[in-house]
Design a protein around this ligand. Structure first.
Ligand code: GDP
Length: 444
């Protein structure tokens, strides 16, 4: 999977990596190629746009780390953006309830639902030592229930005895009772599919979900259908509370567009990938590993990660120099916020700076979390370079633009500007008191 994308990106980066210095136009040219590579991989257009914008902005604005080349740094930025696009963390199944935990699989006919139900049951019983019961609610396709029973024998997982003529909701009730009475840990419900998304199918699924109250509702989609897979996921997720997606036939999907767009378009994590017809062809979906596989540049990524550890020192040095001059613009605030995020707390200077004190208090009370820091970063990201250097340019109209661009409100933008203003004032005071010596005097 992802071979062609991987090859294309590899070419782009090989060209970048050789260079000692990268100009903004180098980065932009490279990003045009990345854009084409993603579109050719069949990634949804809005997702490609967001991705390229984000990476371009970060790559152009990035402080180059001392011990790596700019090209290597761009690889790392693309890698991180890919991980983000794929959903950051691997998401496990939430089965931590009083047994039986209910897992319901939904999807179109032929997507691989029944196969995946059996694969997942095998995995849960073998790896997680769960006692699993499977039941097929597919009364439309004559052989469907028997197909699951046969697979059950193959993977040594129990299936609910078939009673001819029972409607899906009744089968779900019977399965639930059996699972409770016989002490199963997990009940897996394989639902009926249709050729297309239709209302009768959705209604049936909702009725089953009402009865079974599943902890997990997993949508099974065929990755080979590319953009269609994403559309199907969107229609399902509008109607049933999906908890995740399983992409099948990843073994045959060289392009990978469905995998890459799925998270951004549906906001649902990909939890597993089907990688073959055999019963062990199912893998947990790890965004980090997948991004690594796409880029095939794990060495570069870890190199840059190591170098980034030293950036804190560089940041602090740069900040100190700025403080001595009494300067503090949005770029500095952004660097400070990034440091706060990296350190999972307050940056080196934060405790000393009045504007940050409020943030510190809020943080102590748990009110400032990663999300707020990211939101502030998004707001600064939506400012133009001029606005970042001179935040006083940001008038009412610009505030609206920044708020819209970052998915926040004008109120949020005002808060950010106020925080920046307080910090900048503090910097000026420090300068008046004689730069760093003054700082020392002020804070002892
Ligand atoms: P359902 O109608 O959604 O229940 O689909 P099935 O489970 O019957 O699967 C349809 C076909 O797809 C079967 O031939 C499966 O062997 C095949 N299949 C399912 N998942 C995968 C996968 O991850 N890779 C490959 N290569 N084939 C798969």
């Amino acid at each position: 999977m992802f071979e062609s994308l991987s090859e294309r990106l590899g070419g782009v980066f090989d060209r970048l990596r050789g260079r000692g210095a990268l100009s903004e136009s180098d980065v932009r040219a490279a990003m045009r190629e990345v854009r084409i590579a993603l579109l050719e991989a069949d990634v949804a257009l809005p997702v490609v746009r967001d991705f390229v914008d984000k990476v371009t902005e970060q790559a152009v604005g990035a402080q180059v780390l001392r011990s790596v080349t700019p090209g290597q740094q761009v690889v790392k930025i693309v890698h991180d953006a890919l991980v983000d696009m794929l959903g950051a963390d691997a998401s496990a199944l939430e089965l931590d309830v009083t047994p039986p935990a209910i897992v319901m699989l939904v999807g179109l006919q032929g997507s691989g639902k029944t196969t995946t139900t059996a694969k997942l049951a095998k995995r849960l019983s073998e790896r997680d030592r769960k006692k699993v019961l499977m039941a097929s609610l597919d009364v439309n396709r004559p052989a469907a229930q028997q197909q699951l029973a046969t697979l059950g024998e193959q993977v040594k997982v129990a299936t609910l005895p078939i009673v001819q003529g029972q409607p899906p909701v009744e089968i779900a009730r019977r399965a639930l009772n059996a699972a409770k009475l016989q002490g199963f840990d997990v009940l897996m419900l394989d639902t009926a599919g249709r050729l297309h998304v239709d209302q009768a199918l959705m209604d049936e699924m909702k009725a089953v979900a009402d009865v079974a109250r599943p902890q997990e509702i997993l949508l099974v989609v065929d990755s080979l259908t590319g953009q269609d897979a994403v559309n199907v996921a969107q229609s399902f997720s509008a109607q049933v509370p999906l908890t995740g997606v399983i992409l099948t036939r990843m073994d045959g999907d060289a392009r990978g567009g469905a995998a890459l767009s799925m998270r951004a378009v549906t906001q649902k994590p990909i939890k597993f990938a089907g990688t073959g017809e055999k019963m062990d062809g199912l893998e947990a979906f790890h965004p980090q590993r997948v991004a690594g596989r796409i880029l095939g540049m794990g060495d570069v990524v870890s190199l840059v990660e190591k170098a980034a550890e030293s950036i804190q020192v560089e940041d602090a040095e740069r900040m100190a120099a700025k403080m001595a001059k009494g300067q503090f613009d949005m770029n500095d605030l952004r660097a400070q916020l990034a440091q706060m995020r990296r350190m999972g707390g307050l940056g080196a200077l934060a405790g000393m700076i009045p504007g940050m004190k409020a943030a510190k208090q809020a943080m102590a009370s748990g009110a400032v979390d990663e999300k707020i820091l990211l939101r502030m970063d998004a707001m600064i990201g939506s400012m133009t370079p001029k606005e970042r250097a001179k935040p006083e340019l940001i008038n009412a109209k610009r505030k609206i633009r920044v708020a819209n661009g970052s998915g926040t409100t004008v109120q949020d933008v005002n808060k950010l500007l106020k925080m920046h203003q307080e910090m900048a004032n503090a910097m000026k005071k420090i300068k008046k008191m004689g730069g760093l010596k003054g700082l020392a005097a002020m804070f002892g």
